[in-house]
Write a protein that binds this ligand. Sequence first.
Ligand code: DUC
Ligand code: ZN
Ligand code: ZN
Ligand code: ZN
Length: 485
Amino acid sequence: MSSTVIKGGTIVTGDLSYAADVRIEGGRITEIGPNLSGDTVLDATGAYVMPGGIDPHTHLEMPFMGTYSADDFESGTRAALSGGTTMVVDFALPSPGQGLLDALQMWDNKAGRANCDYSYHMAVTWWGEQVFDEMKTVIEDRGINTFKHFMAYKGALMVNDDELFASFNRLAELGGIAMVHAENGDVVAELTAKLLAEGNTGPEAHAYSRPAQVEGEATNRAIMIADMAGVPLYVVHVSSEDAHEAIRRARSLGKRVWGEPLIQHLTLDESEYFHPDWDHAARRVMSPPFRNKKHQDSLWAGLMSGSLSVVATDHCAFTTEQKRYGIGDFSKIPNGTGGLEDRMPMLWTHGVATGRITPNEFVAITSTNIAKILNCYPKKGAILVGADADIVVWDPTKEKTITAGSQQSAIDYNVFEGHKVKGLPRFTLTRGHVAVHDGEIRTQEGHGQFVKRPGNGTVNRALSTWKDLTAPRPVERTGIPATGV
Ligand code: DUC
Ligand code: ZN
Ligand code: ZN
Ligand code: ZN
């Protein structure tokens, strides 16, 4: 079997850094140590050898708001690899009334083109006996242990509290993890109607329609409902101090709750929506919206202190032409921004290079933490013998200016346009295949494989306060007062 050796670099994992070479055979790491030799040698002198990034939040070729997101599994995973990300987790989204297994079949058909490994989260967009039954098959046979619930998008994807509670209870029983898009969809719908009636039709009104309070309220509600069901909870795209505060409090009480900020919310703010150019503002419309510095500082503090666990992208890219469906009515602008290619360089530049986080913390929040939460560690998220050779050789001195003209994504702009980044991949390897070398793309369409993530059973159980109570039973009373007279 031919071997590849990554030579002369510093291995950086989620908890330590040390000088060593890495040998790869058959797509896996087979040896770590000094002075290794191999058939192919990749020079990592002056670079960090890190687990490839895992982006746990993408929407590739997703039917949404009357259109499809523009990056599919081919362009999306090419963008990912170009930026040092070697695995994506996409959301398989049944339309209301559609079965879970049916939706997974649709996603399998699309994902066959992936250039890197991938997995899915299952979305619960409606509730009924079929969903209840199929959840077991999804977890036990398909190896998908995470289920996302939209608390917003009323009339489309949103589920109500009774449905949330039923689904969370079922997940607790099956050893799954609940995920939420936490915004109060009823209030968003009311604010949207009011803003439009008052003539606020531009992209800036999108931000007014989704204030931080709608996120804080829904996050808190989801945490309380998860606690009553006894299920672990993962809150996607945490964008505000209000939501972060609820997560921090839950964690300090011993509840198993994780929060995922996005690179966009960490680095871009609400002023983008007040740009005089309509296209500029509309291209940045996503939910939750970008926020002000107070919220950004809170998200950074969460990453630094550990109350927030993971940085993702919610990559859901739409072209300018698609964004223009919302001219005259902001609520029709397809919600979503790109970021797959830029997450790692942007986080390194604004996180590591500024001294906010260490290189080891960078690895933890871009890869290792989520591999553990999603139950695919140490196959993914690790530089260990036996792990998949999903590796990024990271050159901390390499610089570029982000431009749409040189990106892999299929869209015609980039929300980070003009941002200078320092820290980029020298090599990105997906299961041992060198997919990127110094910006040169050598991806192989269809190389990606599905990564199974079984349920965690009792290991990942929420530490529920509610479940501390003994099972309800009637009290035997000595005397019952007579009713009436
Ligand atoms: N938010 C977005 O901006 N796009 C996709 C779905 C979501 O929740
Ligand atoms: Zn969402
Ligand atoms: Zn999303
Ligand atoms: Zn080179």
